[in-house]
Design a protein around this ligand. Sequence first.
Ligand SMILES: *Cc1c(COP(=O)(O)O)cnc(C)c1O
Length: 458
Amino acid sequence: MRKRSWAEPYKIKMVEPVFMNSQKEREIYIKEAGYNTFLLKSKDVYIDLLTDSGTSAMSDRQWAGIMMGDEAYAGSANFYHMEEAIQTHYGYKYIIPTHQGRGAEHLISKILIKEGDYLPGNMYFTTTRLHQELAGGTFVDVIIDEAHDSESNFRFKGNISLEKLQKVIDEKGAENIPYVCMATTVNMAGGQPISLQNLKEVRNLTNKYGIRIVHDMTRVAENAYMIQQLEEGYADKSVAEIVLEICNLTDAATMSSKKDALVSIGGFLAMNDPDVFEQARNLVVVYEGLHTYGGMAGRDMEALAIGITESIHDDHIRARVGQVQYLGEKLLKAGVPIVNPIGTHGVFLDAKKFLPHLTQDQFPAQTLAAEIYLDSGVRTMERGIVSAGRNSETGEHNYPNLELVRLTIPRRVYTQAHMDVIAESVEYVYENREKITGMKMIFEPKYLRFFQARFEKI
Ligand SMILES: *Cc1c(COP(=O)(O)O)cnc(C)c1O
């Protein structure tokens, strides 16, 4: 076979200059930011891998769509374009627009969860779990054990363990489980996919008890691509077909369109049940906006309608995941400890193995993110003990198995040469890891503390 690499399926029409500052300046900036990369100013960052959320480059078609914004308070034409794109490509019947993913999580949690309920899910996501808790529910992790093991090479680490799910149903009772939350690619596990076989098995089990599946479809196209590449029987299907097959096996979905769908802001709640839709239509006007804009401008809904269509093209997704794999393989070759297999939206450094001389309450991942910024101005994010928060009953830190630094790659934004510089910096920090000391937390917010917590070197 002729070899063909995953070259970007676009050419660059406009550029945004970026600047690298000096080590001395970075020392000042990171200290002022309390060693929390969320508190750095964007202008002081050279390559920004904080998140893939809202950071995608839009296409010329999307920008043209922005100019077609119909900023009517009610019944904007752009809403109907967006609704049609969602119905066509994701297959859900009813759509409620929200300002972003957490807006949809808020609504569905309020509608379906009652005090004392249990919510099984394939690992927690920060905002998802918090909305479940605020609605009176308790999250239960039912992801397979391999997901918590950064060395396991299992290809579908996002899968739900049917035994764990059965156990929750037996112990808590199906009547206290309003839904199972199934995320396509599991962010907190390192961007790991689920298999369609697993989803079908979860569907069969939940059908037996009349339990819904709510799909966190934030990165469904990336997950579909991994199914196409790895799961038996899907090699000849398009990503678009696989996306639809996934959605069709679930009852409702929450979407942060800031990720897969290639826009800067927006989200939606989608569902097939008309009663749930009626309730969501009532609530959305309280928290988000009218049911035909839900916190989004008309122009944003138009860009989203176009972004959804672009996001499920095979060429797009192959290059998107290809770039992430390129960076991951470079780091693997250099011997840097990363989560295996390489994820779809980013590369996750294993901070426990990177800095084995630090205890987990010295915040190894937080420390490592600060060190990488100091070295090169590359901004990354902690996904470990700080993100995991405290146990709501005991008040103790949650101690997650995975203590990770996430290098998240924005879509269509950086080049292969940027990937090379990132790898060089991580390798340099790795070579000098023994000199790195830990930190203590000096300010801790009550909710989602990782966003605004402050630290000091010890
Ligand atoms: C980002 C994200 C969310 C929340 O979406 P926002 O748009 O940031 O509110 C929910 N689930 C997953 C898996 C995410 O990555």
